[in-house]
Design a protein around this ligand. Structure first.
Ligand SMILES: *[C@@H]1O[C@H](CO)[C@@H](O)[C@H](O)[C@H]1NC(C)=O
Ligand SMILES: *[C@@H]1O[C@H](CO)[C@@H](O)[C@H](O)[C@H]1NC(C)=O
Ligand SMILES: *[C@@H]1O[C@H](CO)[C@@H](O)[C@H](O)[C@H]1NC(C)=O
Ligand SMILES: *[C@@H]1O[C@H](CO)[C@@H](O)[C@H](O)[C@H]1NC(C)=O
Ligand SMILES: *[C@@H]1O[C@H](CO)[C@@H](O)[C@H](O)[C@H]1NC(C)=O
Ligand SMILES: *[C@@H]1O[C@H](CO)[C@@H](O)[C@H](O)[C@H]1NC(C)=O
Ligand SMILES: *[C@@H]1O[C@H](CO)[C@@H](O)[C@H](O)[C@H]1NC(C)=O
Ligand SMILES: [Cu+2]
Length: 330
């Protein structure tokens, strides 16, 4: 055990009121956070840095699947799958924010480990661009932007992801389709500062997660629209990762407003809405509610990414400066 992990176990016990003997740390004994990586606004990258990031996602898109998920063709299909399959478990539940936090890191690991990406991970600074979706710095036709809006059939036909073939459909089977977008300023408008302030003013996670999952979360998804506005399939659009990193930054800022928030967890554990056929995992595999043993999400909750990354617990990712995420937002 590194001193960091011992410190965290004590901290957890203090905040969560649980005995440290019930904690199973370290789960990832061979991981340490020796150098914290920076997550930066997309606009702070140079064009070359942007192109390198886009190139890394294209590398996943052009690499063969390794997962064995039935119907997966590319590595991009592989990374989308845990989100597609676990839709009803990862949304509308307490693990919503933790699941997506870890998911950002799993995507980061794939582009670093398999595609040689060495730059900072970017986020979409939505509040800075909220006035006009059409002029966002995400958009452009060259190799350092994400293309632009969909055409009449909503398919994206410009930029590096033009004519991208996506495969997963709602029931976690496959059917080839295009990447779609359908910009919507009205929905992006939900990401206003007052709506962010409202979530920040809620002092407990049990209520705050719901607030974050609504306006600030919907804004970026619905503002881009198309696949991005689909709760199940949205990671098919490369902009998904920049939007959810931004949302993660907002959660991290909330966590830092009061020391009681850093390890605060809660919210429902069981699905709160019906999934499509196939996207509700077989109950047998999930009867222990991902390790919580109850109906409320706790720090012991397992975040599951199939074989793409090891299982970690919610407690492992609460502090982004810890060994699993090892990042900071700037
Ligand atoms: C520990 O490191 C090894 C080699 O890098 C890796 O294969 C293994 O998955 C790691 N274990 C955990 C729990 O992360
Ligand atoms: C995308 O597909 C359309 C319609 O099939 C085609 O006209 C266009 O040339 C393709 N664009 C690229 C960049 O492949
Ligand atoms: C959480 O905070 C909200 C609003 O600040 C409050 O209404 C609610 O009772 C609190 N819940 C718990 C469990 O403390
Ligand atoms: C910090 O959180 C505690 C526990 O919820 C609360 O009693 C206290 O008022 C909060 N402090 C601030 C500055 O909001
Ligand atoms: C799931 O699919 C089966 C077989 O196609 C069908 O009978 C059933 O009604 C579907 N259930 C839901 C919830 O869509
Ligand atoms: C990871 O977590 C999932 C979901 O709780 C579980 O089904 C799976 O067996 C776990 N895998 C390992 C290696 O512990
Ligand atoms: C969890 O919820 C289910 C379904 O609502 C209920 O049957 C069960 O008693 C609850 N378990 C606990 C530990 O509260
Ligand atoms: Cu999601």
């Amino acid at each position: 055990m590194t001193p960091y992990l011992i410190g965290k176990a004590i901290l957890l016990a203090a905040f969560a009121g649980i005995s440290s003997s019930t904690l199973v740390y370290p789960r990832q004994s061979n991981q340490t956070c020796s150098e914290i990586r920076q997550r930066v606004p997309w606009t702070s990258l140079t064009d070359n840095e942007k192109a390198a990031y886009i190139q890394a996602d294209l590398c996943l898109i052009n690499s063969p699947s390794k997962s064995g998920f039935e119907g997966a063709v590319t590595r991009w299909d592989d990374i989308q799958y845990p989100h597609v399959y676990q839709t009803v478990w990862a949304h509308g539940t307490g693990q919503f924010l933790p699941f997506h936090r870890y998911y950002m890191t799993v995507h980061e690991r794939l582009i670093r480990d398999e595609c040689g990406y060495t730059g900072n991970m970017p986020y979409w600074d939505e509040i800075a661009e909220i006035d006009d979706i059409t002029t966002s710095a995400l958009w452009g036709d060259d190799d350092s932007h994400f293309g632009s809006n969909g055409q009449d059939d909503y398919c994206v036909r410009d930029g590096p992801f033009a004519n991208l073939t996506l495969r997963w459909v709602l029931d976690a089977s496959t059917e080839d389709h295009c990447l779609t977008r359908n910009w919507n300023q009205e929905v992006l408008d939900k990401g206003t500062q007052p709506n962010i302030d409202k979530c920040n003013s809620i002092d407990n996670y049990t209520d705050a997660w719901l607030c974050w999952s609504q306006n600030p979360h919907f804004a970026g998804h619905g503002g881009i629209g198309g696949i991005m506005s689909d709760g199940t399939l949205s990671p098919g659009d490369p902009t998904f990762y920049l939007h959810h990193s931004y949302l993660d930054k907002l959660w991290w800022e909330w966590q830092n407003l009061n020391e009681s928030r850093l390890y605060d967890m809660g919210g429902p554990n069981l699905p709160t809405f019906a999934g499509q056929n196939g996207t509700t995992p077989p109950s047998a595999a999930f009867t222990d509610y991902f390790g919580d043993g109850g109906n409320t999400t706790t720090l012991n909750h397992v975040l599951y990414m199939f074989d793409l990354a090891p299982n970690v617990t919610v407690g492992d990712i609460m502090d982004i400066r810890g060994p699993v995420i090892c990042s900071e937002y700037v």
